[in-house]
Write a protein that binds this ligand. Structure first.
Ligand code: FAD
Length: 470
């Protein structure tokens, strides 16, 4: 069989990518993994996806699904052996149904997150998932990674935002689970298997997503603190006073902000003092007249008075608030420009965050693994999710000769400490290729057996995204 011709018969000439132009699709966002592919296809319909998977099943060819390729754990990059077909969902970006009465949209997997946010806004609704990569990541990728982002505190992650899924199984059969139901107790909740499966069980081709009332009033604050403990206390107070209006509660360390200000020319510190921690807080409400600004001023005013907060800036215009969010959203790019980051995307019981970070730093320092590097923290602290980053300047990293061993040793200390404090080694980025060994280490026994049984049931030949997750 000539595979390329057989694939062209299924997806048409426009659905086949010339491998000579494919380097960006064979490299992960951080540039850490490079793979090879036998072919890269861009099907335009569920039937074409089914055709590709059936063909690959017949000839025992591995398949790597790819969305916007913004994942941070190498999940969408094929292996170096060049045996896989990469299946990009980019052309499947249609809207199948908008049902405002049910507050849902049914969309194809290749729609970018931003496209869905705009679609929701066009019918006076909100789709609340929000990530810095929203211009390029796709909803199929968001579902496959159970993406989180900056509004999980109020709306939950992708698991909470998906009502139905259409997926093509590894043998090419199509499962139409596109039900827009908020209650459905007909057996196992199969869609949840595909959410967070990182393309290892099949290809998601469409989904029914929940919409929410559009938000019409907002209040934002940038609050300087001297400890992570203070952030936890302020979170409790904000929750008590602001209730559901509390949408985002983002923590950044001074060390992280310094890298942003150094690397991104259009950013500057909204406050004068160099305090060790900063919170970016956002309240939002569907009503035009919700007293959000007053609520936020009251809670922060009280925190300033009793010394919990050191300083604060409350923007008075949308553009000022956007400038603060720009600082938050640009951290990953700033870090890439500054050096090499060894990042762990951990989650913890919120109360344990300060002690866990302090303990981790002490252990990394005493192990002598971080000479010349900086500790950076940024995260969705309201969800207990911190990105713990050891950032090596380029010149320091260039002199590290045992890089893979160093990355592993740092990861082990961070992960062991996180698990000791009751946390998880990945909160939102997933396992992919980067954390496969850790998954096997930290989730052994019955839990891992059950995951393997699910994989075996749906993909007995292990052809879907091999070398990822399990
Ligand atoms: P890809 O990277 O293409 O793929 C990710 C995984 O999903 C791979 O395993 C792939 O095989 C699989 N996959 C993709 N599409 C499908 C499909 N249709 N069917 C089956 N499997 C599929 N993540 C967060 O959760 N929160 C954040 O705040 C966040 N911030 C980020 C900021 C930046 C600057 C960047 C670069 C990334 C960030 N991410 C964040 C990570 C990333 O954007 C998310 O994981 C996103 O959900 C990935 O979507 P994607 O379409 O790019 O998927």
């Amino acid at each position: 069989m000539n595979l390329i011709e057989a694939l062209r018969d299924i997806v048409g000439p426009a659905g086949l990518i010339d491998l000579a132009d494919a380097e960006p699709l064979l490299t992960d966002w951080r540039g850490r993994y490079h793979g090879k592919a036998r072919a890269i296809v861009r099907p335009a319909s569920t039937a074409q996806v089914a055709g590709v998977l059936a063909l690959c099943a017949e000839h025992d060819i591995p398949v790597v699904p790819q969305g916007g390729n913004t994942g941070l754990v190498g999940g969408a990059t094929p292996s170096e052996d060049g045996t896989a077909v990469v299946l990009c969902l980019t052309r499947m970006n249609g809207v199948r149904k908008v049902d405002t009465g049910n507050d849902t949209v049914t969309v194809e997997a290749g729609c970018t997150l931003q496209q869905i946010q705009e679609l929701a806004a066009s019918v006076d609704r909100l789709f609340p998932l929000s990530l810095a990569s929203e211009g390029s990541c796709q909803i199929g990728g968001n579902i496959s990674t159970n993406a989180g982002g900056t509004a999980v505190l109020r709306y939950g992650n992708m698991r909470a935002l998906v009502l139905g899924i259409e997926a093509v199984l590894p043998d090419g059969r199509v499962w139409n689970g596109l039900r827009g139901l908020r209650k459905d107790n007909t057996g196992y909740d199969l869609k949840q298997l595909f959410i967070g499966a990182e393309g290892t069980l099949g290809v998601i081709t469409a989904a029914v997503l929940k919409l929410f009332p559009a938000l019409r009033s907002h209040a934002t604050a940038w609050v300087a603190l001297d400890s992570a403990d203070a952030a936890i206390t302020l979170l409790s107070r904000c929750r008590a006073v602001c209730g559901d209006a509390l949408t985002s509660f983002e923590l950044m360390s001074r060390s992280q902000l310094d890298v942003v200000y150094q690397e991104v020319p259009d950013t500057r510190d909204p406050l004068d003092g160099a305090t060790p921690w900063v919170l970016l807080i956002e309240l939002a409400d569907p009503s035009h007249s919700a007293p959000l600004q007053t609520m936020l001023e009251n809670v922060i005013g009280a925190a300033l008075e009793d010394g919990l907060a050191l300083d604060a800036a409350l923007p008075s215009s949308e553009s000022q608030a956007a400038a603060l969010w720009h600082i938050r959203h640009i951290v990953s790019e700033a870090n890439v420009r500054f050096g090499h980051s060894v990042t762990q995307d951990i989650s913890l019981p919120i109360s344990q965050i300060p002690q866990c970070l302090a303990q981790t730093e002490a252990r990394l320092l005493s192990a002598g693994l971080v000479d010349g590097a900086r500790f950076l923290y940024v995260g969705h602290v309201g969800d207990g999710n911190i990105h713990s980053i050891v950032l090596f300047p380029h010149d320091v990293w260039a002199k590290v000769d045992d890089r893979e061993a160093r990355i592993e040793a740092i990861g082990k200390i961070v992960n062991d400490t996180t698990v000791e404090f009751g946390g998880s080694i990945t909160a939102e980025h997933g396992i992919g290729r980067a954390h496969r060994a850790e998954l096997a280490h930290y989730r052994r026994g019955v839990e891992l057996d059950m995951m393997r049984a699910v994989k075996q049931a749906l993909d007995p030949k292990g052809r879907m995204n091999p070398g990822k997750l399990l």
